[in-house]
Every structure is written in structure tokens, then in C-alpha cells.
Design a protein around this ligand. Sequence first.
Ligand code: SF4
Ligand code: SF4
Length: 480
Amino acid sequence: MATDPTLGEGEKVDVGLKEQRPEQSAIKAALRAAEALWQRALRDCALCGRCAARCPIYDQEGAGQIGQSFAAAAGLRMLEGFCENGEGHAPAGQAAPAGARWNQLVPEALAQGVREFLAKEGELYHYLRRCCLCDHCTAWCPSGLATTATVKAWRRVMAAAGVLDARESQSVLVDQPWHIFSVYRAVWGISYPEWPDLATVAPETVDTVFFPGCSLVSYAPELTRAVGRWLDEAGLHWALCLDCCGSPLVSAGLAERSLALRQRILAECLAAGVRRVVTVCSGCAEELGAVFGGAVEIVSLPQLMCELGGNLPGGSQAEREILNQVQDDAGGVRDIIYAIHDSCHDRAQTSGAPLRALLEAGGLGQLRELEHSCRNTACCGAGGAVAAYDPTLCRERAETILSAAAERGAGTLITTCPTCAYTMAQYALEAPAESVFKRVQCKHYLEVFCRQRVDWDKVFAQLGGMWTGQYAAWVAEQLG
Ligand code: SF4
Ligand code: SF4
């Protein structure tokens, strides 16, 4: 018997070896999935170091040139250590028989082993918490290895072992009825009764779903409605989905809950007879696509806008031609200079390429491409739930992108992802006038097409206000 450090005084758990039990605990399921991934990563990694060279945090973590395999190797070393008598990282009191494997240990012993291992491997832990899951490394791996898969596997193990503080992700448990987005919409009366909801729509009455994603559907209802009206005008039979794609759950190490959420959305699509989902955010497209396979087609909104041509959300093609006249908030400079920030989930350019075509067709000023764009794009700072661990790094990531735009002479940065726009606006809120957050205006592409800014000052005031207003007690109850 040994005392689990996370339990209260006097509480004890049995961490001895037992026969393997038929039921699969969360920690065993997480470790089993991780072990397979880590083994594959080590087997296939050519140790070329390309991933490390493109990652802004690898070098800082002391990982040097060995690339993503260091996290996989550490994971396998940890598993081996669980069963080494008195060696490695076996929990105190463990005495594994010769040839024992980690999965013969009881879950509590494994969780304790993970905690002890990560407590000793500070650099690894620091890396796992600071990875923004941006996939820049992955985009250039000659072996087709996804570093993010290794990190996500680690995050899942960390969550199952109680290494990640559950309170960090309390407000983004988006598979629950109440989370930061649904609470915000409830408190501020944001709803869309004019359109059918995917969850309740009658079968075979729609063939398309509009999936705005949590940020847009919650913080930018006017832009969401502009797209809705445009879909109506285009004669599409569609329903709205208010769900989140589950990305925050993955970042929090709750991959299996994210999977269940996406499977539920797919089931709703199939039950309704939906054949196409239109996403605004490339991150949503990526998350949903991983589960939907070919069962339901996923199309980015810019792609659909290109396919349908003619009218666009916010006005006719003729009006597009004066886009550049209305873009400069200082008073109508015709030839605005802008840059585009691609989402790190859009390295394949399913949003970025059609967006560029639309902006060019609309006659919007001059595009100055950034070094980190398209396949090479960088994270805006929002990815991977890093803000809860290292908010300074997140701010630096955002600042780097805006500074690059400023250096290219761009006064406007157009994003393909609503969460990027939210992130930039959040930093702009407190920034001094001379800051790059104020000098370069960040806009989501729908703000450009609809010629309507999201009132981020109001959004942030309302986000803060709901904790002190008339619903404060209810908000606290739902969000913890
Ligand atoms: S996903 Fe991004 S932050 Fe994470 S290891 Fe790859 S390049 Fe680095
Ligand atoms: S780029 Fe791929 S093959 Fe090269 S070190 Fe990184 S993971 Fe290994």
C-alpha cells in the first residue's frame, strides 16, 4: 500500500500489481493509444531535425536537433520504467515480476508513475504544455509524422493521470450543455430561431449544415446572420449547428470526449440527411473531417463562396468592387495594403486559397504575403490551450504575426479563423496606442466582406460582465 499524493490525508489506494482487469481505465486507454503512437514515431523518424528547425519552442526545451522523437522516446522510457524494480519511475512499493508490462499495474499506480515521471522531466513537461499544436513541424516531416499526435497523446495521458489541472479547462468543456460559449449566448440573448437547428431538424428537409464554430456564433451574431441570409438567398436548404468542433477538449487532453462529440454531430448530420457541412474555421474543418471521413463532405465557406460566385455575404459582386474604399477606417484610402494570416489548420489552403481569389476578384487593395503564410503559417497564440500555462508566449506569438504584417507595410491583417481575430482583439484591448496590436487592424474575412466590424470591446465587456450581472450566480454555477 502506498499513499497517493493527490488524495486527502489518511486516504490510501492499493497500487500493487494485479491481474490485468477486463475493464479499461482512462489511464490505461490513454497509455495504450500513446504507446502505439510513440513506437511508430520512433520507428519512422529519420532524425532529420526539420521539425525542430521550424518549431519556435523546440530549441528552448533543449530538444536540439532530434525532433519530435524526444517526446515519444521519453514516453516509452516512462512505460519501461514503470516495471523496473527500484529503477526508473516505478511508483514506490512496486515490485514487478520479471517481464511484467506496464499494463499489468493498476490504474492508480500508472497515474502516480506518470506524475512522478513528469515531475522529474521538467523540460519535457514544459514542452508539452507550450506546444500550440500548430503542426508547422508536421507540414515538413519527410516521414509524414505528426508531432501533434505525439503531443496530444501525451496530453491525454496527462489528463488521465491528473497532471493537467481540470479547473483550467472547466469553461471549455464543450461537450456539456453549459460552457463559456453557450453561457455567453444565454446571458446576452444570442440565438438564431429563424433557422432550423441541426439537433432538431426534421429528416430530409435540409442537405447542408452551416457550422460557424463557437467564436463566430457566440461573439459575432451579425456576421453569422449575414452568412445565414446569404445561404437563404443562394437557395440552399440548410440547418445551423451551434456546436463546437471539440478542439478545446483535445487541447485539454480529453480526446475521447472530443471524439464522442464529433461522432454525435456526424450522427445528427446522417439522421437529417445532410450531405455537406460548411465551416468558417479551418480548425473546425480539420476536427470534423477526422471523424466524418467521406460520409459528409466538408466545405470551407470561402470555397462555397467561390463555387456559388456572384453574390457574397454582405452584398453583391458590384459592391465588392468598392471593397477597398470602405476598408480604411481612417477615411477611405483606396489602395489599402493588407496581409493574410492563415490558420495553422489551413496548411492545405482549403480556406486561404479561395479567400485570396475572392479578395482579388473583389479588388481589395494590395496583398503583401507574409513569410509565415499558407503552408508555413504560424500560430496566433490561441492554439493548444497554452495561455493557461504561458500567457507571455501566446502574446509573443500574436505579436510576431502582427509585426511581420507591419514590416511588410500592411495596415490590415485578414484572418481566416474567428478565434485568431478574437485573440488579436484581446491583446489589442489593453495595448498602448503605439503597439503593433493597435497599428495593424486584424479582421476576420467576414468583417471585410460584410463591411461590419465585430465590436470586440463590447464582447470583452460582456464576457466580464456576465460574472457580476444579474445572472452572476448562475454563471458561476455553470462555469465553476
Ligand atoms: S505543433 Fe507547433 S509548437 Fe508544437 S512542436 Fe510542432 S511546431 Fe512546435
Ligand atoms: S521532421 Fe519528421 S523525420 Fe525529421 S526529425 Fe522531425 S519527426 Fe523525425
